[in-house]
Design a protein around this ligand. Structure first.
Ligand SMILES: [Zn+2]
Length: 214
């Protein structure tokens, strides 16, 4: 049986069960979306947010790409962030990395001029900032640590965007969080990095100026 037939079969029974439980479910959903968070995650097939978070249908506005990068020169990233913050007014943004990320591993192993190489240059840039620490680790630990640094860097990229800073300045309630997912045990873990206001972010910037923390 083809995967498309599987999808269509599942979809028909899913839609039917939703309608049986709540006849207005789809008409209410179709009116407008009101997601509770923006999720920036990796495209890896094993890290889709719906299953990991358990949030109900319609709760997550999603942007995914290879190695969960918030590229500040990428119109796609910026448009998603702008719409989520300015129009949908999501109160939370999650950057979720994951251990065993193929994009992070590839960035450590080779470089080149193919589209994926150029995209992953952004990971190599983070690696270079932390090379002294990372080069002292074995290969597995190095990749894990770089996955963590990548989450931190993307949280920083989001917070330093005009979109988020302007939202904070006008008093909009908005928090940015870093999480990492471990595929070996199925657990999401907080990275201990989150910002809730412009003041929060300013304090971190002052601190990181001295520690080179990003
Ligand atoms: Zn990945």
């Amino acid at each position: 049986m083809s995967v498309i037939r599987d999808i269509l079969n599942f979809n028909r029974s899913w839609a039917e069960s939703k309608r049986l439980r709540n006849p207005d479910f789809f008409s209410r959903m179709a009116e407008k979306q009101k997601p509770r968070l923006l999720w920036l995650g990796c495209s890896d097939a094993r890290v889709g947010p719906d299953k990991l978070t358990g949030l109900p249908y319609g709760s997550i506005f999603v942007h995914r790409n290879i190695a969960n990068i918030f590229a500040t020169n990428d119109l796609n990233c910026l448009a998603v962030l702008e719409y989520a913050v300015d129009e949908l007014r999501v109160p939370d943004i999650v950057v979720c990395g994951h251990y065993g990320c193929g994009g992070v591993k590839a960035a450590l192993e080779h470089s080149g001029i193919q589209p994926i190489d150029l995209w992953l240059d952004q990971i190599r840039f983070i690696y270079n900032r932390h090379a002294a620490e990372l080069d002292a680790l074995d290969e597995e630990q190095k990749a894990r640590r770089l996955c963590e640094y990548n989450v931190t860097a993307q949280v920083y990229n989001i917070c330093r965007s005009t979109i988020v800073r302007e939202a904070w300045k006008r008093g909009q309630k908005l928090s940015v969080h870093g999480l990492i997912y471990d595929m070996h045990n199925g657990l999401l873990m907080p990275m201990g990095i989150e910002f809730h206001s412009f003041e929060d972010w300013q304090q971190e910037r002052l601190a990181s100026h001295f520690t080179n923390g990003a």
